[in-house]
Design a protein around this ligand. Structure first.
Ligand code: 5GP
Length: 200
């Protein structure tokens, strides 16, 4: 029996309100070459400094819906009033090659992936909810960003509270604290995940 042979990559879903540092956690792992980041499609406009194809594929609503109709998206959802979705081919190709894929997606998208009947997805899935220590702390962290106008900011705070209701649907919850602790615990989840028999 040879169990060292080819194994599948992990499909790592990271969710949680904006401002918890989940995107940073995901990007750090990818920057070390330990996983690839699934660049999502979105209809929201780019923020200053964001690059098309690196942060998101910025699409018109018409183009986005055409991709949905062609079956190109693995999951998609409307978040904060805009459409977001994951490209299916990129995810599947990497998982089959044994490469971990990180998806930074919302709770609706995560529910769609969990409900996916595909055996490959079921075997590879590893889901993590990154929880802010409190809503007050999240408000402080988010207000420091200044990327949004006041109305958009309040919408994000409301959505954050609603998203936090869903943490129990995830296999793992990481309550965000100091940056280094979060990174260490995030890596520990991924490392343990690699030893799952379902990936063999
Ligand atoms: P932001 O606009 O701050 O980059 O992202 C807003 C929210 O959309 C975040 O919670 C993020 O996780 C989520 N999101 C980003 N890409 C996707 C995606 O492809 N699918 C889904 N369902 N949510 C996404």
């Amino acid at each position: 029996m040879d169990i060292s042979n080819h194994h599948l990559g992990q499909l790592i879903i990271v969710s949680g309100p904006s401002g918890t540092g989940k995107t940073t956690l995901a990007r750090q792992v990818c920057d070390r070459g330990e996983a690839v980041f699934s660049v999502s499609c979105t209809t929201r406009p780019p923020r200053p400094g964001e690059v098309d194809g690196r942060d998101y594929f910025f699409l018109t609503e018409e183009d986005f819906l055409a991709r949905v109709a062609r079956g190109e998206l693995f999951e998609h959802a409307r978040v904060h009033g805009r459409l977001y979705g994951t490209l299916k081919s990129y995810v599947y190709e990497n998982l089959k090659c044994g490469v971990d894929v990180i998806m930074d997606i919302d709770v609706q998208g995560a529910a769609q992936v969990r409900a996916c009947a595909d055996e490959l997805v079921k075997r590879c899935l590893l889901d993590i909810f990154v929880m802010p220590p409190s809503l007050d702390e999240l408000r402080d962290r988010l207000s420091g960003r200044a990327t949004e106008d006041a109305a958009a900011f309040e919408l994000r705070m409301q959505n954050a509270a609603a998203e936090m209701e869903h943490w129990r649907e995830y296999g793992h919850v990481l309550v965000s604290g100091a940056r280094e602790d979060d990174a260490r615990r995030f890596d520990a989840i991924l490392e343990a995940g690699h030893m799952r028999t379902s990936l063999r």
